[in-house]
Design a protein around this ligand. Structure first.
Ligand SMILES: O=C(CO)[C@@H](O)[C@H](O)[C@H](O)[C@H](O)COP(=O)(O)O
Ligand SMILES: [Zn+2]
Length: 198
């Protein structure tokens, strides 16, 4: 295969990360503060998204319950994308739109944080989960792209919107992943201070 196409993926992804870094540093910092505050108060983080973003939810939860780069105690994070019995029962008996919101209603409590990931900002089940979370006085960290979609318009001033300035889903997801690692790192720094090598 012509490697020019492969090079184009790498270059577009790298250029977007450099361009997005300065635009996203502030909201990412706000997301870290919001999540650290919640965790410090005994609250938890729930995460939802579809497809590649479902994988990102699980990646995030694994690094909080397990570890990112430092040894520490487990932190309460739960991906709502893993229990196939819940998701198929709710999808079958109610609607696919409710596969995350029912879980938010079951597990979410005031002060918890919902990490809502949608590259378009328009996935109905993610929007429904945010509606359920806001009803339960949870805070929202929204990871989106493009123009942020409907999701970007439903957040309150107390929530955080990290919107990747690009139209291509794959590129948006690649910035979501480095964002997730920034958040994991920021929570560890907030807990322990300093740098990972200290
Ligand atoms: O990972 C990819 C594309 O790179 C896909 O699986 C993608 O996640 C799916 O098409 C999702 O359904 C897209 O939903 P959203 O990001 O717009 O909320
Ligand atoms: Zn993908």
């Amino acid at each position: 295969m012509n490697t020019q196409r492969i090079l184009a993926h790498f270059h577009e992804s790298a250029e977007l990360k450099i361009q997005a870094a300065s635009a996203l540093a502030q909201p990412i910092s706000q997301a870290i503060e919001l999540m650290f505050f919640a965790l410090s108060n005994g609250n938890k983080i729930l995460a939802c998204g579809n497809g590649g973003s479902a994988a990102d939810c699980q990646h995030f939860a694994a690094e909080l319950v397990g570890r990112f780069e430092r040894e520490r105690f487990p932190l309460p994070a739960l991906a709502l994308t893993t229990d196939t019995s819940i998701m198929t029962a709710v999808g079958n008996d109610y609607s696919y739109r409710e596969i995350f919101s029912k879980q938010v209603q079951a597990f979410g409590q005031a002060g918890d944080v919902l990490l809502a990931i949608s590259t378009s900002g328009n996935s109905a089940n993610v929007i429904a989960a945010v509606e359920a979370a806001l009803e339960r006085e949870m805070r929202i960290v929204a990871l989106t792209g493009k123009d942020g979609g409907a999701l970007g318009k439903m957040l309150t001033d107390a929530d955080v919107h990290i919107c990747v300035p690009h139209a291509r889903t794959a590129r948006i997801q690649e910035v979501h992943l480095v964002t997730i690692h920034c958040i994991c790192d920021g929570i560890d720094v907030a807990l322990f201070g300093g740098d990972v090598n200290e």
